[in-house]
Ligand binder design. Sequence first.
Ligand code: SF4
Length: 92
Amino acid sequence: MTNRPPVLAPLLPELPAWMDRGLCGQFDPELFHPEKGESPNPAKRICMQCEVRVTCGRYALADPGLDGVWGALSQRDRQRLRRQRRQKREAS
Ligand code: SF4
């Protein structure tokens, strides 16, 4: 049995090796996919203890098709960061 994040397994046939070290593999995947109106903070708190948080967050930022919490960032957080980066690029 793998401890890779179960939320990712169906999406990515070949998972990056760092995912083996993700803490989320020890928790209910539903936690990382909060329903509308539910807080992403419990998942974010787990991410903040995870050794691959930065790599995970960068990975998710690069793929707008991913949902849920990655690297302590909700989908909304990632959308906001992408928008800010785009605006910064356009302004320079
Ligand atoms: S940062 Fe969060 S979502 Fe990413 S691998 Fe770690 S626990 Fe899982």
